[in-house]
Ligand binder design. Structure first.
Ligand code: FES
Length: 114
């Protein structure tokens, strides 16, 4: 595992610094592999960074970052399941991508993995 800097905010939430803000663009996902447990996909929607699991629940494929994203909805490139990257929710049914809180500060993206 890469050494990521962390800090704990006033509410006791631990934030992991995972990449530069400039690396997360509106039209393309970015993959961050923290470790085997946390394989993440970052997306920027209307200026805000969102973080979901990179692993599609359908066939457990680590491909979400590579999906086409439009209006906050990413389409899995394998079989077309669609998820809202702001909530992780699939467009129908109960499947969901785990979704993680993010923040940007001083040109960095932080994620709360709890
Ligand atoms: S692996 Fe994502 S839709 Fe099948």
């Amino acid at each position: 595992m890469t050494d990521y800097q962390t800090f704990v905010d006033a509410d006791g939430i631990e934030w992991l610094r995972i990449c530069r803000s400039a690396e997360v663009h509106e039209r393309h996902g970015k993959r961050i592999e923290i470790d085997v447990e946390f394989d993440l996909a970052l997306f920027r929607v209307s200026g805000n960074v969102h973080c979901v699991s990179n692993v599609c629940p359908h066939k457990r494929m680590p491909v979400i970052y590579d999906g086409v994203i439009e209006h906050g909805i990413v389409t899995c490139p394998m079989h077309g399941w669609r998820y809202d990257v702001r909530t992780g929710q699939k467009d129908a049914g109960t499947s969901k991508l785990p979704c993680y809180q993010t923040r940007e500060e001083d040109g960095w993206v932080y994620v709360n993995l709890q």
